[in-house]
Design a protein. Structure first.
Lengths: 413, 88
């Protein structure tokens, strides 16, 4: 009966819940201004409000919520890195994903299905052994598996026995998985705004008022905001935004391209990536096969796609799974990645006392959305960096203490 | 297919080239502090606009310079490194 439905629709006991409030008027000042309304910025806002009692927070976003690299990444979640510092940090990130739907009261569709990285050469296999040992030592589920185990994990793989790209083994990372990227951002945004955080969409930073070693105010296209603390978390725009505050980051911007096929019946139950082919595949919960690879070969501020890269991705995908040859592509896109020299992010302090960085996330930032937000919130609330973040500080480039994750990042994300 | 004009080999498919990034300022080894070496090593030009870059034509292993716009991807010109030395 429609009338019975109406009773619920109009009842005060069952209020309509809008997930994310409309953009309010800007206040003249906030305790914390977060530049960038993507996953990382929203996660930081959530952690500030929920765990540190700081809710006079404005998240300002030039476009719409989570429309940048949060929307463009290929949702790989994993912790099988190379350095002890990197593994420890990403391990905490994976653990936060395991309970994220409960934390946000929102289904982020986390699927911990494991990631298999393939070795086609003995050299790759040797590097896998080093990663596996480091991973095990730090308590992650990472192991080297042989040909037979690879076949059992992914029976549809073309092993290419005797060929030039024969699969010799793999790095099996049972902790690896995926989640729905939009849901992660929306979940954080809804939780943060419920606790008083203001989310200002279509609000663009035009500059910073820097006095001495502090940012006094953020200038936006909707007015000036005085600020206690500022966080920069703007993905592909990090270099430009930091430069407005006079901070020159060691970042170079490259496009990163990806694409999805038409939806297929479920057949790929793990994440599969190949270092030699610079290709990785994952089947989404809708059945689409998401195909990604390495960044473009030269610097560019553009989200255009190129036939060269798409052909390259398709070639890798069809080599690994020849039956994909007749499958159609549904969508293709690119994002701008802010690449650091050592393939590790830049988190924590900047040369300005109240300006904090959550930058340099390049091609690998989605998996760290919960942990980067949590740890950056802690940093901002306490005014100093926790030990887990210290290796990622900007000053590592001045002291030549780089954190080289290139071998674990280039084509695996 | 995107073409790049190699100063030695003429127009070739972009696939045949490798980018080596923006030309860095060359510090004086005798007078450069650690912080400036760090800048030299890790901070490449990334501003929106035209940069001068090192490129290599892989099959002929020939290195040359290109002026390219980092936003539009337009290659303004390519030239032999000797031209740069002549200018400086």
């Amino acid at each position: 009966m429609p009338l019975r439905l109406l009773k619920y629709g109009l009842s005060r006991d069952y209020p309509v819940s809008g997930d994310i409030p409309a953009t309010p008027d800007l206040k003249p000042s906030y305790d914390v201004v977060i530049v960038g309304g993507g996953g990382h910025g929203l996660s930081c806002a959530h952690h500030l409000a929920k765990y540190h009692g700081i809710s006079r927070v404005a998240v300002i976003e030039k476009g719409y919520l989570a429309g940048g690299n949060t929307a463009r990444n290929t949702t790989t979640i994993r912790s099988n890195y190379i350095t002890a510092e990197g593994i420890a940090f990403y391990k905490e990130g994976v653990e936060l994903f395991e309970t994220l739907s409960q934390e946000l009261d929102f289904n982020v569709m986390f699927s911990q299905r494991g990631q298999l990285t393939l070795a086609h050469t003995e050299a790759t296999l040797r590097s896998f052994h080093a990663r596996a040992e480091m991973g095990k030592h730090l308590g992650t589920r990472t192991e080297v598996v042989d040909q037979k185990a690879v076949e059992e994990l992914v029976p549809t793989l073309n092993m290419d026995y005797g060929g030039s790209l024969e699969i010799l083994g793999g790095l099996w990372h049972a902790d690896g998985g995926t989640a729905r990227h939009d849901a992660v951002a929306w979940g954080y945004a809804a939780q943060a705004s419920r606790r008083g955080v203001e989310i200002h969409q279509r609000t663009e930073v035009e500059g910073f008022e820097v006095v001495g070693d502090r940012v006094r105010a953020v200038k936006t296209n909707r007015g000036r905001i005085a600020c206690g603390q500022v966080l920069i978390a703007t993905g592909g725009m990090n270099y430009d935004v930091a430069l407005m505050a006079g901070v020159e980051l060691p970042i170079r911007c490259y496009p990163l391209q990806a694409m999805v096929t038409q939806p297929l019946k479920p057949w790929l139950h793990t994440l599969v990536s190949s270092v030699s082919l610079h290709t990785y595949l994952v089947q989404s919960s809708r059945g689409e096969v998401v195909i990604g690879g390495g960044s473009d070969p030269y610097q560019l501020y553009s989200t255009r796609s190129t036939l060269d890269m798409k052909e390259h991705l398709a070639e890798g995908a069809v080599h690994l799974f020849p039956f994909l040859q007749g499958v159609r592509l549904l969508r293709q896109w690119a994002g701008i990645t802010d690449m650091t020299p050592d393939y590790s992010p830049i988190m924590g302090a900047s040369p300005l006392a109240n300006l904090w960085l959550d930058c340099g996330w390049g091609t690998w930032g989605f998996k760290a959305t919960p942990v980067a937000g949590k740890r950056m919130a802690e940093t901002i609330a306490k005014g100093c960096m926790p030990d887990i973040l210290k290796p990622f500080a900007l000053e590592r480039f001045e002291t030549f203490q780089l954190l080289n994750e290139m071998g674990a990042t280039a084509a695996s994300h | 297919m995107k073409l790049l004009i190699c100063p030695m080999n003429g127009p070739r498919n972009i696939d045949e080239f490798q980018s080596f990034g923006p030309v860095p300022a060359e510090p004086d080894p005798d007078r450069t502090a650690d912080a400036d070496w760090s800048r030299h090593l890790f901070r490449a030009e990334n501003r929106r606009g035209i940069v001068v870059e090192w490129w290599r034509h892989v099959p002929s292993n020939y290195f040359f310079l290109a002026e390219r716009d980092l936003v539009t991807n337009e290659v303004v010109r390519t030239f032999d490194p000797s031209e740069r030395r002549d200018q400086s």
